[in-house]
Design a binder for this molecule. Sequence first.
Ligand SMILES: [Zn+2]
Length: 390
Amino acid sequence: MKYRDLQIQTQREAPNNARTEGFAFLVRAGYLTRENTPTQLGEYTLDHLNKLSSDATLSLSTLGNEHETFFPITTGNIEVAHCPSCKYTERLELAQFQKTALPQEAQLSVEKISTPDCNTIEALANSLNIPKEKTAKALMYTRISDGKFIFVVVRGDMQASEAKLRQQLGDIRAATAEEIARSRAVAGYASPIGLKNGLIVVDDLIPQSQNLVAGANETGYHLLNTNYKRDYTAEIIADLAQVKAGDACVNCGNPLSVLSTIVLTKNFVNIMLALAETHHDDKGLTLPHPVAPFDVYLMHLPGKELDTRAKAEELYYAMQSADISVLFDDRDERAGVKFNDADLIGCSIRVTVGEKGLKEGMVELKLRTVKENQLVAVDNIVEKINFHLK
Ligand SMILES: [Zn+2]
């Protein structure tokens, strides 16, 4: 490929919307527009990655499970739970964890008590001076497919995962005030006890938890000592709780971390971003072989006596016939501009044809991640490149 054919547009400054260095360099090097759209060079790179892609060859440190691969990045839009010990990885909303039931207790009698202004778990636990673990949290939904009222109970210290609910129930939405009233529940003071026509779904920790405080389905009142099975039963008992950082890994019990990531599976723009994030220095990208779209950045420095461009073009065809992927910067630009662009675009090898070297039959070879140049005889350059790509 020739630089001009790809219409590469490099930029001196990072775009002001760049939130990571990798993205900034992809824009500056002309792989992406500021709006995150691949340019011609970007499309060429995505196509290259698509042909390559297997995690083994991508030189990335990723997390994953058998379904998906994730790359941790602060700006990532997908949260995952990850176990640093056994490497268990799952999207946060679907991740499982080991739940610890409170010590078993004898079941006490239900008692209705006045709890004014206690329409949240926090207010209730504070008012009764009990831990949130001793309360039952109620959530109310309506199933989209059949309009069924869904009443969900999780322990008060936990959040319900809507993704896990959907796995059990199909698509759901929040219940309306009218639907809640029709089922004789009272928002803020709701419990499954005395419910009419609802499908009750409880987290698997609820049957193991005795004497929970639950709503009385009457504004300003709660019930002490509610017990699953004795006071109500559920149609579905399942894992519904959302994991949080520090919860025990489902496999090994060690604390789980929560990380922001991007999904790499079948998303080559994200793979390109992960590569840029992993492989750059202060001058630009440092993409290694074989992920770099081109292995060689070939350029000439305009000469006064010798036709360096013609020699570079000759080398360009020689490299192509040797199956070396090469980007030929055939512009008559100043040396500094071309060196900067070579650093930004980040091919692993730069070959420079200059008049001084050429007089001695030499060209300059520089590895992107090594400071020093080496002079290589023109006749040996293909062999030397192949040596470095091994
Ligand atoms: Zn683990």
